[in-house]
Design a protein around this ligand. Structure first.
Ligand code: GRF
Length: 219
């Protein structure tokens, strides 16, 4: 079966791109990354793309509509079917978001709808939450909003700072994004009344408390 053609937009490090590329390296994985676009010529993610032999294209950020038009042309030219935002730090033009409605997803390092926007992990620590995590969702014009596809939860630890919590969340981002992309590429995900339905969806049968007082509670 043909693999889903994916374009990735990023602005930085590219560790989520790497996680997606690792998943795509499996010939049985139902998606392939055909294009990486960035607004930052110095984005380390470009090197991640290059190592994998994926074209990485810099579109310098100009006015928001002009940028969107340029990116849209590149995506269409490469016959991209789904856009994955992976650390893309710009707000996209609303008409671009509309054109890619339900065909563009994002990963955000919080359990949305809590803590949208910049510094999600810092916001979570400031709020004193006991659990944090990440969300893959379809993109809507509002920042970090849209139907939720998948989430992963990690505990907040008593001595966490922004770096330790971010690292714990990032680890599960690298598992969650390939999972969400696989479900989409298998054609199992659809948006109904602004909520996501997934064919064959199973949720874990565990509940976790934090704090937990006995060691066996932590297993
Ligand atoms: C991740 O934390 C992602 O959730 C957020 O931006 C960060 C990108 O990291 N949207 P990387 O560039 O994928 O390493």
């Amino acid at each position: 079966m043909a693999r889903l053609r994916v374009g990735v937009l990023l602005s930085g490090r590219g560790s989520n791109l790497r996680a997606l590329l690792d998943a795509c390296a499996d010939p049985d994985y139902p998606a392939e990354i055909v294009l990486v676009v960035t607004d930052r010529a110095k984005a380390p993610g470009l090197a991640v793309a290059a190592v994998a032999g994926i074209p990485g294209i810099v579109v310098p950020h100009s006015a928001r509509p002009a940028f969107a038009t340029g990116v849209d042309a590149l995506l269409r030219d490469r016959q991209v079917e789904l856009v994955c935002l992976a650390g893309f730090m710009r707000v996209l033009d609303a008409s671009f978001v509309e054109a890619w409605r339900d065909r563009m997803v994002n990963i955000h390092p919080s359990l949305l709808p809590a803590f949208p926007g910049l510094g999600a992990q810092r916001q979570a620590l400031a709020a004193g939450v006991r659990f944090a995590g990440c969300t893959v969702h379809f993109v809507r014009p509002e920042v970090d909003a849209g139907p939720i596809i998948a989430q992963a939860v990690v505990p907040a630890q008593p001595n966490d700072d922004e770096a330790s919590l971010s690292a714990r969340i990032l680890e599960v981002e690298h598992r969650l994004y390939p999972l969400a992309l696989r479900l989409i590429a298998e054609g199992r995900v659809r948006v109904v009344a602004e909520k996501v339905e997934i064919d064959g969806w199973r949720a874990p049968a565990i509940t976790v408390l934090n704090p937990c007082e006995r060691l066996r509670d932590q297993l």
